[in-house]
Design a binder for this molecule. Structure first.
Ligand code: ZN
Length: 203
């Protein structure tokens, strides 16, 4: 199983990190060892002083596909979820400066929170889904899939040009604005349309 992550998919988040707007989606992979086991606490790794939360809508691939046309993307997933792409921003900045790969900053153990899954049929319009991340009960990230530069079906098509998608693969679709540093003691809870998808304690 692989985690395919999209960077810079929301204009306001690109602006907050002073990144350039990409011509194509930014794509990177997290290893399966980065998945935070269910119900476990997230431990800030000792190599970072600045781990950020990035709440993201998730899509679970249900069958093998490659070179998928966007109009058929909907046949490759049934389930939608919500998760966190934890990012060691200090390490990532150093790697970016040197033009090096980001994996250490994004693929470390526990860096991928995957909440519960629900049927996509639960929602009438996947291109207008609101979701939030609450930190200690306060909304810190407030997103809507309508603000994605590339919607889900286009992302699936794009990534399938490079990687064969397999059953169980998960796509992290990018984070909206509002990323910030987490601290020991924080409680992070993610919701889609008000419904809780995960709750994680930071240690
Ligand atoms: Zn992300």
């Amino acid at each position: 199983m692989k985690l395919i992550c999209i960077g810079r998919n929301y204009a306001a988040h690109i602006a907050e990190l002073e990144n350039e707007r990409p011509v194509d989606p930014v794509v990177f992979i997290k290893p399966d060892s980065s998945v935070l086991p269910k119900e476990q606490d997230f431990y800030i790794p000792e190599f970072s002083d600045d781990v950020h939360h990035e709440v993201e809508l998730l899509v679970k691939i249900k069958k093998v596909g490659k070179h998928i046309d966007p109009k058929f993307s909907n046949l490759y997933y049934d389930e939608i979820g919500l998760g966190i792409d934890f990012t060691a921003r200090d390490l990532q900045s150093k790697l970016k400066e040197k033009g090096l790969p980001w994996e250490k900053a994004k693929g470390f153990d526990g860096a991928a929170v995957i909440g519960k899954w629900v049927s996509k049929d639960r929602y009438t319009d996947l291109e207008n889904l609101s979701f939030v991340l609450e930190k200690n009960g306060e909304v810190v990230q407030d997103g809507n899939s309508s603000l994605m530069l590339w919607p889900i079906d286009e992302l699936i098509s794009y990534v399938s040009k490079f990687f064969t998608l397999k059953k169980g693969d998960i796509i992290f679709t990018g984070t909206p604005a509002g990323v910030s540093k987490v601290q020991s003691g924080d409680v992070l809870e993610g919701r889609i349309e008000g419904d809780s998808f995960f709750k994680v304690n930071v240690k």
